[in-house]
Design a protein around this ligand. Sequence first.
Ligand SMILES: *[C@@H]1O[C@H](CO)[C@@H](O)[C@H](O)[C@H]1NC(C)=O
Ligand SMILES: *[C@@H]1O[C@H](CO)[C@@H](O)[C@H](O)[C@H]1NC(C)=O
Ligand SMILES: *[C@@H]1O[C@H](CO)[C@@H](O)[C@H](O)[C@H]1NC(C)=O
Ligand SMILES: *[C@@H]1O[C@H](CO)[C@@H](O)[C@H](O)[C@H]1NC(C)=O
Length: 370
Amino acid sequence: MKINNPFSSILLISFFSIFFTKSIADVMFLNVVNFGAKSDSKTDSSYAFSSAWDLACNSSKSSTIYIPKGNFLVKQVYFKGKCNNNAIIFRIDGTIVAPFDYNVIGNEKIGFYFKVLMVFQFLVVILMDKDLVYGLAKTLGFSNSNNVSITGLTSLNSQMFHIVINGCKSVKMQGVKVYAPGESPNTDGIHVQLSSEISILNSIISTGDDCISIGPGTTNLWIQNVACGPGHGISIGSLAKDFEEAGVQNVTVKSVMFMNTQNGVRIKTWGRPSTGFVNNVLFQHVTMIDVQNPIVIDQNYCPYNKNCPGQSRVSATRVAMKFDCSKRNPCKGIKLEDVNLSYKNEPAAEASCANVAGTTTGVIQPTSCL
Ligand SMILES: *[C@@H]1O[C@H](CO)[C@@H](O)[C@H](O)[C@H]1NC(C)=O
Ligand SMILES: *[C@@H]1O[C@H](CO)[C@@H](O)[C@H](O)[C@H]1NC(C)=O
Ligand SMILES: *[C@@H]1O[C@H](CO)[C@@H](O)[C@H](O)[C@H]1NC(C)=O
Ligand SMILES: *[C@@H]1O[C@H](CO)[C@@H](O)[C@H](O)[C@H]1NC(C)=O
């Protein structure tokens, strides 16, 4: 997949900090400038970053890796464990800039990747992503990391997913800002998979793909006070791509606003056999403004119409609520309460239902088809 998006060639992270609570006494303070990093936007500071990391990681003292004001070019960084340290803080006052040339990024798969190989309390390791699903750069990834807190991160114009949380436990993201053009492909804001106890709070995401995408094996995810748009909404899925797949359980999405998005809240699974499932999901206090498909459950996702036995599509237009579930594994226990969606200030055109069972309470506009 080649993406030639002129907007995606700059990667910029500013005010990115991982905070852990620890008294500041007895903290090793590592300024990347002292390791040779240069804030001139053009000297590759990757080695300086990883040198600072090595020192922090090898020490048992709480450490702060400090990136001062200025633009630091970072091409390729491995931050990996196992570490002796259980409290490493990244404090970024500056901006981390990716190479301008798209091809450099594409070939070298630049990104920040945190990976904990051996888990200690508060241990975080950054590792460049070598397993890129689409062969392009993600901005920031956490893999097998526990007890991570990300506060005040701004990620601008990632080539691919901005932030990826994979195989993690207890990650708290707050005040995250993600920006990419509405027409930039595959630039999901935050992607979570195979992870539990994840929260995303008080954040703003404007991007070309899902604002938040929730992959297989996600449990106990809490999303609150998030503004999404432009973008493709908050999506559970695509799931069931593989036959053997962990389910998604206990997802709460609360007080979110969608503005000018393709979808609002969505659950999307491939129309083919899988061990995957979705259980216990709450979407509450959701505001939709200029949203094309506000509420969607689609169990018949099959973009190339291949290997999806029994798949059937419900075709619909101007549908505000769409439940397109599978005949073999219908959607059950859907509860709608106080839904009020209108289309161009008129009552919404319609709701569409296939193989879905549930109940309604309160105002339901458009008229429910459950
Ligand atoms: C940290 O420890 C590893 C493994 O023992 C070693 O390879 C590396 O050189 C050390 N780095 C520093 C900065 O001491
Ligand atoms: C994460 O933090 C909690 C308490 O803050 C602690 O009990 C737990 O052991 C930590 N987990 C890991 C894997 O470090
Ligand atoms: C669901 O997840 C939330 C955190 O998002 C947690 O507080 C709650 O205990 C979980 N509920 C169950 C039944 O596991
Ligand atoms: C539904 O929303 C419309 C437009 O926002 C509003 O005029 C109407 O009063 C609402 N209906 C109910 C029952 O809340």
